[in-house]
Design a protein around this ligand. Structure first.
Ligand code: FEO
Ligand code: CA
Ligand code: CA
Length: 620
């Protein structure tokens, strides 16, 4: 840890090194770069110069039960919850059985990535790809005909099958529309009954042994798969978020501090799985939750492969995983822990990436070093190593081993004094510069709870709007333990609020939003911002409408609204075809009639394929 991190001289040096002539930031203009790293103000970002990154006009907000897009754009529904994916699976019906759901697209679509298929001659097929997509959770009122929490073992099985990952082949037709290929060879469902393998320092340790698995290496699947990520070697990263909600225990069960820190409780989120499957009963299987809360690596092109839980990346409520390859070849993964007052983490692999050696790359996430972020006022920050024996993470202070530090990463991060954040959601790495952005969605506890004081990148008490923080590593080196930071956007309402609550200068009455969540850079450096916020359009949120997707220029600060979702939904998950002429976007938990595709009138989470009527590049 460094106590002298606020020295201005250090900061100047950082800026000088960070901004090279080749840098994209520089290409965008020195003013933008200076604003980014030089701003002593924590609300530095204002619109500077013109943007050439976005070729569409900002669209108005909406409260309609429909998808709104800029002029010249159109969309089709690619896939909705319950659509058949595996051979023999039936069409969606609310009366589908558990076995039916096991062959269908899961519920509540979230993070996703597209992987184009390589033809026999080695070329990439622009019109044939594999889509890997998360299903985060289900809604009792829609999945069960009785409309209440699971009542039987069959209900639990249906619920478990509605979670996880759907891998499905998709193809583009001559008219530019995409369709899923039911029953195609690479189609696959991964869920809480599929076998996964624990890897890394925690695998085989006592913390993850259960009655069903004395080896501590074989886990039945995954739940609450939220955001996603991808690796340069073509694998998919799925992120286990609110795993705690599925566990429960009988009255009188004593839960440990470690259980409580991850939100485990006797009732969980009320899913009522534990009376039907012992692994969810904390009284019988206190270690089962230690086998969840990880980043999971999946090879989407090999339907026989076993997904790998990567314990070296730490256990918390993982939102997404943003990977970049550092200039020294090591893989770096930035990650947020989405809970009020939790942290932002960074993993640096021990070994280096080799573009010609996929077998080696497939082990890169097994070993490395985990860090947690501490933000100092004045625009500097540091990464603090979370390794057993370092920074006081020793037996004298209650940490037993490397496995213990990783299983209780939250406790380790608190111990070393990391900065409690306003709910870190997605992290995004710029495609050609070392800039990294992270959404901090909102936090009603800021300035209310003692461990969450106002300041630094969390500048507002009872923060209902959220903000986007960004950082640049010292010397453009992601393995450096120092970084410079500022706030790219502070969401707010310039119509109803004043001061900090009106938002940063790049937030206006025309583009305002609340609760930024999904965050992805496209290959051209456009920053796509998705919201999961208050859609009442009333009170402090008046004029903000339904949840939406915006596009930001990371250099000039311009933000334009690109899409507004139907009523009640959250917009989450985005991936592009290689030619960037289709954007696949997730519409999670629509609340009313949209998309109105089933006879029961059940709203169904869906992926839409967005394209331009002129066949052009999305956003350009
Ligand atoms: Fe699953 Fe934090 O969103
Ligand atoms: Ca989210
Ligand atoms: Ca959210």
């Amino acid at each position: 840890m460094h106590d002298d991190n606020n020295k201005p001289v250090e900061f100047d040096r950082l800026i000088d090194k960070a901004i090279s002539r080749r840098s994209l930031i520089k290409a965008g203009g020195a003013a933008g770069a200076a604003t980014f790293l030089g701003g002593a103000s924590q609300l530095a970002m204002a619109v500077s110069q013109a943007t050439t990154l976005m070729g569409f006009e900002n669209i108005p907000t909406s409260t309609a039960d429909e998808v709104s897009l800029p002029a010249g754009y159109t969309y089709d529904i690619l896939m909705s919850w319950g659509d058949p994916v595996l051979d023999g699976a039936p069409k969606f019906s609310r009366s589908n059985s558990a076995e039916d759901q096991a062959g269908q697209f899961g519920d509540n679509t979230d993070g996703m990535e597209l992987y184009h298929v390589t033809r026999a001659d080695g070329s990439i097929d622009p019109n044939h790809a594999v889509l890997a997509v998360n299903s985060e959770y289900y809604n009792d009122e829609f999945i069960f005909e009785h409309g209440e929490a699971a009542k039987t073992a069959e209900d639990v099985r249906k619920g478990i099958y509605a979670h996880g990952i759907t891998v499905v082949e998709v193809e583009r037709k001559r008219n530019g529309t995409w369709q899923i290929k039911k029953g195609a060879p690479m189609n696959r469902r991964l869920h809480g009954y599929a076998e996964f393998e624990l890897t890394g320092p925690v695998a085989g340790s006592d913390y993850v042994k259960t009655n069903a698995d004395a080896t501590g290496r074989k886990v039945l699947g995954t739940f609450n798969n939220c955001g996603a990520g991808r690796t340069p070697w073509g694998t998919y990263l799925t992120c286990e978020e609110n795993f705690n909600g599925y566990f429960g225990a009988p009255e009188g069960t004593a839960l440990t501090e470690a259980h409580k820190r991850y939100g485990l409780s006797k009732n969980g989120f009320g899913y009522n799985w534990w009376p039907h499957e012992d692994r969810f009963n904390l009284a019988k299987e206190p270690n089962e939750p230690n086998r969840h809360g990880w980043i999971v690596e999946i090879d989407p092109m090999d339907p026989t492969s076993t997904p790998k839980k990567r314990t070296a990346l730490g256990r918390f409520k993982h939102e997404n995983a943003a990977m970049t390859i550092n200039k020294d070849g090591r893989a770096v993964v930035y990650m947020g822990d989405d809970e009020r007052g939790e942290f932002i983490y960074k993993f640096v692999s021990r070994d280096t990436y080799d573009a010609d050696n996929r077998e080696r790359n497939m082990r890169l996430l097994e070993q490395g070093t985990l860090y947690v972020a501490k933000f100092h006022d004045g625009g500097m920050g540091e990464w603090i190593e979370l390794s057993y024996g370092r920074n006081g993470l020793t037996r004298e202070n209650g940490f037993e081993s490397e496995a213990d530090v990783l299983v209780r990463a939250r406790a380790a991060a608190t111990f070393v004094g990391a900065t409690t954040m306003d709910r870190p959601e997605w992290v995004a790495c710029h495609p050609s510069s070392p800039m990294v952005f992270c959404t901090l969605t909102n936090n009603k506890n800021r300035g209310v709870k003692d461990n969450q004081p106002v300041g630094g990148p969390n500048p507002r008490a009872e923060n209902h709007f959220g903000q986007i923080v960004r950082w640049m590593p010292e010397n453009r080196d992601h393995s450096s333990d120092r970084f410079g930071w500022d706030l790219y956007a502070v969401a707010g309402n310039p119509e109803t609020q004043t001061g900090l609550y009106a938002g940063s200068d790049n937030v206006t009455a025309e583009n305002m939003f609340n609760s930024p969540d999904g965050l992805v850079f496209d290959q051209f450096g456009r920053l796509w911002i998705q919201t999961d916020g208050n859609y009442s359009n009333e009170g402090i949120f008046a004029g903000q409408g339904n949840n939406q997707m915006l596009c930001g220029d990371p250099v000039t600060g311009h933000i334009r609204r690109f899409m507004v979702g139907p009523q009640g939904c959250e917009i989450t998950g985005i991936t592009f075809s290689d030619d960037h002429r289709t954007a696949f976007v997730g519409i999670q938990h629509p609340g009313n009639a949209w998309p109105n595709t089933d006879k029961d009138g059940v709203p169904r989470s869906s992926i839409v394929a967005i394209r331009r009527e002129d066949g052009g590049i999305i956003g350009a």
